[in-house]
Design a protein around this ligand. Structure first.
Ligand code: ACO
Length: 331
């Protein structure tokens, strides 16, 4: 034993620094650190009881079958230390043999077998959008977790990424039929690039109207978790996934408005850019300018409300967009 071994700090590791996440493909492995680990290791984001702790959590980029290997040089010989493997296993898929521990060769065999024999993209009927970036093809699918067992399994494997990268994220209720998952895939490589979860709420108009109405019920649609996996960020995929979801809701007569749950700063930025583009392409900049010029600084609330309803953009967001347009156009 050395003198430093008696210092408590010697046995404390930062969970963010110790955890190395890898995404493995034919082109090699990309490693990145998580942004948040507190849903797993607690608010202090510390792991107690180990020296030289390294936690490898790897996924192959197609099936996302997880591999976990916890390494350290020394461990405190007491029961009060953190159970790193145990805490991670609580948030990884619980089905038998889903997570491969330590045996890297077994993990490689298993995901290669799965890639060759059972992994397929979702059926075409779930496709909501398709696009190309740098000569590669990408597809967005919209599915319920109950639509296909294989994608329920994929979601169970991938959902840990929302804990790592989305502030205050928690797992969605698999039994709740109102959840939709928007999957984004690279069509040729079959890699999942990211996904969004979205919830459909009844647009409740008051008890009597709601119960007595013979009309179909209307919804407020909400993006809950939205994630582009780190290796694929900054290339326009976030915008494309957002546009696909927005377009899908715009064309759905039952959806009256769409909104976002606790958007991060980066997401707000992406949303503003895309909403402004959409309003520009739909002639709203021009309409707003001429309205202000012709009606001498007066725009009626009714007119703004009718536009907000037509575009299905939430009131507060629409107000922000109008302000941004007025500022940009010097109105
Ligand atoms: N070349 C260079 N830059 C580009 C290109 C390109 N071809 N295409 C887009 N960009 C730039 C954009 O202009 C933008 O720049 P800016 O940040 O300076 O404005 C930036 O790249 C990001 O735009 P996209 O590529 O469209 O977005 P991305 O695919 O990176 O997705 C997102 C953004 C969703 C925030 C992603 O970074 C992410 O998943 N982050 C972690 C999780 C997260 O924060 N999710 C949102 C939480 S809120 C919620 O869940 C409701």
């Amino acid at each position: 034993m050395e003198l430093t071994d008696f210092k408590p700090s010697t046995w404390i590791s930062s969970s963010k620094d110790s955890l190395k996440i890898s995404l493995v493909s034919k082109d090699g492995a990309v490693q990145f650190a998580p942004i948040f680990t507190y849903p797993i290791f607690g608010d202090a984001e510390q792991i107690v009881g180990y020296q030289d702790l390294l936690v490898h959590l790897a996924f192959d980029s197609i099936t996302f079958r997880p591999f976990l290997n916890v390494k350290y040089s020394t461990k405190l010989d007491t029961e009060d230390i953190d159970d790193v493997e145990g805490e991670l296993l609580k948030v990884l898929p619980s089905d038998k043999d889903e997570v491969i521990l330590k045996d890297e060769a077994k993990w490689v065999d298993m995901f290669e077998f799965e890639q060759k024999n059972s992994f397929k993209l979702p059926e075409d009927k779930y496709k909501v959008n398709e696009y190309e970036i740098d000569k590669e093809h990408f597809v967005v699918y919209k599915m319920k977790l109950s639509d296909d067992e294989k994608f329920l399994k994929l979601h169970r494997r991938i959902q840990i990424f929302s804990l790592f990268f989305i502030e205050a994220a928690s797992y969605i209720d698999e039994e709740d039929f109102n959840w939709d998952i928007y999957w984004l895939f690279n069509k040729e490589k079959k890699q999942c690039m990211g996904y969004a979860t979205a919830y459909m709420y009844w647009k409740y108009l008051g008890g009597k109207d709601f119960d007595e109405s013979k009309e179909p019920k209307h919804y407020r649609a909400k993006v809950s978790q939205f994630l582009i996996l780190p290796p694929y960020q900054g290339k326009g995929h976030g915008s494309k996934l957002y546009q696909a979801i927005f377009k899908n809701w715009l064309s759905n007569d039952l959806v009256r408005e769409f909104t976002v749950e606790d958007p991060s700063e980066n997401f707000d930025d992406l949303r503003d850019r895309n909403d402004l583009n959409f309003l520009y392409e739909n002639g709203f900049f021009q309409e707003l300018s001429s309205k202000i010029v012709n009606e001498k600084d007066f725009i009626s609330n009714e007119w703004l409300l009718s536009k907000q309803r037509a575009y299905k953009i939430e009131k507060r967001q629409f107000g922000r967009l109008v302000e941004m347009i007025m500022y940009k156009e010097n109105l």
